[in-house]
Design a protein around this ligand. Structure first.
Ligand code: TPP
Length: 433
């Protein structure tokens, strides 16, 4: 944490921008408007590049994509009323997908908050259900605190969206508070050793253990630990769409494919056969637990950064809460190599054969149509590890999510919790960053 008393800041807008700089922000996305003119003016005089988008929703999507790739909150800015409210789908999407985003929205001056005036709107209440943090600045003295806490909420735990409303007069008031730059996330330890030991015992006694990877499993640091765990234990592994890329190419034989939306995949069969499921960074919003834990018949070891939100079909027997990578490494070390169940090996084999035969035989059913698997086949030849794929939503997204292999964490960006049309824009500006 660095605290620099800032004697040069002259107004609230300038102090906000100084905080953004101190938090390492290099780009902001949005659309100007009278209520946030001071903010856009301050951005012109800063090291930050302002990217004007065609719609505030797109700004939020782009900030969310940036957040997913970097782990640091992407920032979007809009004016009061309809400018800010246009963020709603982008922020709801980021919050469901675990993408860190900080949205800043203009507001009428403090004295006008409670009356009917041009572009007034209670955006703080509007955003509360779709963010982790939604507040309004009421004094320039609080700017640095609010900005630092907004970043903390967006980036910590399971990441998500934060919203800060900036009344027009607060942006213009003199502001000399210190900058609170907090880009070093507090580090957490893994789960307690006795809980890890308990989980290892359950796992060693399991007859048919399967690993289920969720959205946080594809964070690059967690993906490393996932790979080490699969190598060490030999456990069959399936992933949600958002977990794409967590399993490396050398472990593809242990991979049973991706699951989501409909229960008709080999991955579903693996989970159906399982008696113990090790869930890693999984969020039920990705794929309803009742679809893969039919009759609540499996024992679940849940490894996550935050305690599970309980569900009738997702009430873990054991929870390893803390740094996911550290918990996984500890569990892998204690569990060691696991016995291979013939039933699960048969499903893994079946997946491999079914996938290659589907790709080989994919052809269009008319002279004009292209079978989605033909596109997957082409992409397999075309996509190199350094490319990032930004998928939008539609039937094609399901085909790609299921069939396109990826061996780099977060190479394939997918909206899974909300499956929002338009989200593919989150990748548009990434190459330039
Ligand atoms: C914002 C939003 N509106 C509507 C939907 C519902 N929806 C999901 S897929 C889809 C159609 C997508 O069509 P297209 O982009 O042509 O892809 P295709 O299904 O043909 O592959 C719709 C309307 C959604 N997911 N998000």
């Amino acid at each position: 944490m660095t605290k620099n008393a800032d004697t040069t800041a002259q107004c609230g807008a300038e102090l906000i921008v100084k905080n953004l700089e101190a938090h390492g922000i290099t780009h902001v996305f949005g659309i100007p408007g009278a209520k946030v003119d001071r903010l856009f003016d301050a951005l012109v005089d800063s090291s930050i590049e302002t990217v004007v988008t065609r719609h505030e929703q797109n700004a939020a999507f782009i900030a969310g994509g940036l957040g997913r790739i970097t782990g640091k909150a992407g920032v979007c800015i809009a004016t009061s009323g309809p400018g800010a409210s246009n963020f709603i789908t982008g922020l709801a999407t980021a919050n469901s997908e675990g993408d860190p985003v900080l949205a800043i929205g203009g507001a009428v001056k403090l004295a006008d908050r409670l009356k009917l005036t041009h572009q007034t709107m209670d955006t703080v209440s509007l955003f509360r259900p779709v963010t982790k943090y939604s507040v309004e600045l009421t004094t320039p003295t609080a700017i640095s605190e609010v900005m630092a806490n907004a970043f903390r909420f967006a980036e910590s735990g399971r990441p998500g969206a934060a919203f800060v409303s900036t009344p027009m007069d607060v942006l213009s008031m003199p502001a000399h508070a210190p900058v609170l730059a907090d880009r070093l996330a507090p580090r957490m330890g893994g789960a307690p050793a006795d809980v890890v030991a308990e989980a290892a015992t359950l796992l060693r006694h399991a007859k048919r253990p399967v690993m289920l990877l969720g959205m946080l499993a594809s964070r690059p640091d967690v993906a490393e630990a996932v790979r080490a765990f699969v190598k060490q234990t030999g456990v069959p592994v399936v992933g949600t769409y958002q977990a794409a890329g967590a399993v490396s190419e050398d472990l593809v034989d242990r991979f049973g494919g991706r699951i989501g939306l409909f229960r008709n995949q080999h991955g579903d069969q693996l989970l159906h056969e399982a008696d113990v499921v090790v869930a890693v960074g999984y969020n039920p919003v990705e794929y309803d637990p009742w679809l893969w834990n039919v009759n609540d018949a499996r024992q679940i070891i849940n490894i996550d950064i935050v305690p599970a939100e309980l569900d009738n079909a997702f009430a873990p027997a054991i929870e390893l809460i803390g740094d996911i990578g550290l918990s996984l490494s500890a569990l892998g070390g204690k569990a060691g190599g696991l016995a291979r169940a013939p039933e699960l090996e048969a499903v893994l084999e079946g997946y491999k054969k079914a996938r290659s035969s589907a790709l080989l035989n994919a052809r269009s059913s008319s002279n004009t149509a292209v079978h989605p698997l033909q596109i997957v086949r082409e992409l397999e030849q075309f996509v190199t590890p350094d490319m990032t794929l930004c998928l939008d939503m539609g039937t094609f997204h399901i085909w790609l999510a299921r069939y396109l292999l990826s061996f780099r964490a977060r190479q394939v960006l997918i909206s899974n919790g909300q499956q929002t049309m338009g989200v593919g824009l989150h990748g548009v500006l990434q190459p330039a960053l």
